[in-house]
Design a protein around this ligand. Sequence first.
Ligand code: AMP
Length: 192
Amino acid sequence: MKITDLAVYCSSSDHIQPVYFAHAEALGTMMAAQNINLVYGGSRVGLMGQVAKSIKQHQGKTIGVVPEALHIEGVVNTIDDEQIITPDMHTRKAKMIELADGFIGLAGGFGTLEEMLEVMTLKQLGYHNKPIVFLNTAGYYDHLLQMFEHIYAENFAKAEYRQLYHICNTPEQAVKYLADYQPPDLPAKWFV
Ligand code: AMP
């Protein structure tokens, strides 16, 4: 599947280990090399800022989707090729989902988790069938993935829903997974 626009969900924090920045930088470089545009929160802070910077350094294209309330000088990025301002956070998230052919979550906090879980739940309900990748830098998502296993073990979701998302340890693996992606044939959500 050809991915033209990739939504990258990731940290707005700068106070994190260099290994997370290294993966964000490598992902940006690979996206630019493969003409994959960045759809993201349009912020210059944290891993968001790093991915965008790396893409622009390699002549790639970035699209920032920013809610009015977060359009703050010093936070919002000024290097984007396109900036879409939305009236609120809900519209912003919907716009990013609409624009993107796929989703990748780098390490992040509550905002990133919310975005990743939203695209997973929408896929679970059949609203889209686009690829979703966790970039598990330095095992950052191991605890969350354990929680997912607990969800299957306790029958809060069908085990087949492991196919909703894919876990990668490196940006190379993530980009390859996205390029080779075949939408899975998922069972209906309901246990009826
Ligand atoms: P967090 O993981 O809590 O640091 O939040 C990061 C995620 O939430 C990103 O993927 C963004 O889409 C969104 N986000 C958080 N802060 C901002 C901001 N200042 N500007 C744009 N998006 C943001």
